[in-house]
Design a protein around this ligand. Sequence first.
Ligand code: ZN
Length: 376
Amino acid sequence: MKLKIYRLATVILVTLALALMYIYLRFPELHVYALQKQVEYQNRIAGQESIIDLMRQETDIVTRVGNENLMSQLRVELPSDVSVKDVEVVNDYVNHMIDIRIPGADKSYIYDYPLIGSCDNIIDIRYGVAASTAELAIELDDIYLVEAKNIDRYIYINFLSPKDVYDEIVVVDAGHGGKDVGASSQGVNEKDIDLLITEKMRGYFEQMGEGNAADDFVNQNVTEYMLNDKRIGVFYTRKSDVYIPVQNRSALANALGADLFISVHNNSTASGRMSTINGTEVMYRASDVFGQSKGFAEMCLNALLWNLGSTSKGLVAGDDIYIVRTAEMPVALVEVGFMSNQEELNKLCDDEYQNKTAMSLCEVINSALQIYNNQE
Ligand SMILES: [Zn+2]
């Protein structure tokens, strides 16, 4: 009996060995291919290959095979267990960066589901995983709007020039931010009031844009609305408490070819000590030979004096200020009020006062856009 079992086992083992030998001899490339893949994979994981090179290779393969019609500049494939609704696309146009966040994707995601597309506008792609969310950080050669469409397991992304999408572009700048607090009075930092006012402006622009914003744009940082059949895009230098160098602020407005640039600030006495000095002041670029900056600043000043009932501190040539001097479009730097005046500080901290300020500035922006349109 025992002998029989040994014999049977030997027969089975020999058959198996022969079968394996046959497979290796018949299809040696299978084995080599598997080894190559493994080595390649390890090199990739070790970060010895750039994501952009990987994308070029993979794009070469799919376009050569011809089964992928490249409908867009970038195709992102989702892991089977990730829903497109969970994917976040963040457009940081101040830094020319697009971040694509894919929750649930792991370290090997980028190799398992390689990116396909054209690298024309892409300078670099970095990939990382933190808190089980994969992040693709795509550095672009200019400011683009992101147009994303979802078909099956893919997200097709196009990069569009803002000038091709919008008839008019406005840049709204909340002064200071992060480590730069601006003026400071009785525990209140100017950067926070500046941001509260621009956030309220965004609210007004969003109301105007309701119903006509294109759904396939994933640009949370741009507000769009229609004004006399013109498509207006409003960009913001910051939407949170972050530090942004002044150079980046006017660089954004200039790179966008913006039609208007408004910067929201609040004032203080030079010493910062509380005083009776109060009122609204607006800076303009005196070197603007067409006087459009002064005209825009004057509209801002008049609207605020009328709606807020504040004292006029007048129009001031602001060419000493970097963003005023370097802006290539009509620019106004609004100093809404003095934080070093107790009464005005109380008003500036008031929600309703901030609302009035925001509404006034939005109305001025629309009036100015209409005036410039009629001049064209
Ligand atoms: Zn300021």
